[in-house]
Design a protein. Sequence first.
Length: 231
Amino acid sequence: MRGFGIVLRGRVVVAVIITALIASLATSRNAQATDLTTPSFLVATRELQDPLFVHSVILMVPSTEPPLLAGLIINTPAQKRVRDLFPEVHDLQRPDETTYMGGPVEPDEVSAIFRASSAQSSATRVFDDVYVANGRDAIAAVLKDPRITELRVISGKAQWLHDQLLGEVMAGAWYVIPAKADLLFSDPKDLWSTLVKGGDLQEAEVRTDLEMKLPYRLLDGTNWQRRISPN
């Protein structure tokens, strides 16, 4: 969580109270922005310099290993094509489709994210008309289906314990942004820059809102009970 600097004069107890107020307001707003149970993109902030995740956009997906949380990086194209990952499958609809690197965990495990007008028994719904298929047989069925026109084939994944990921978000490593299908299947080249600008704007709005709710003048230690009200 990013800090908010305030210069205080007066008794030590006043500083403690102000710090508690800031923490309370920031935690309240951040809690609303870190709901990891809804369909979400994790967007790496500019501060995140981990080479495994720098400039990453991750779609959170249903985990196959609960209680771990799982996500797939969707904007890192790989050198391999679909036909390279599924050489044994005939009648591939898009054999030359670029595949993607989904994360550092289990790099040989393959997933397919796609849009479909109706549920498929071999896939799990992520949100709206977006599904994810795991397992080579399930993915092969998707790859041969001519009705599916929007698709990402992804190797590897990212995983976290819930508290671990929440801690990373609160520390400022990730923006949590509602997932949208049009963005999911858009050109990966500009996806991170587009979403991180939106995250920066959201953060600026939160910071401005916090500043507006903080006490409007320095406290002298005698009338802090009246002035500490956010309104």
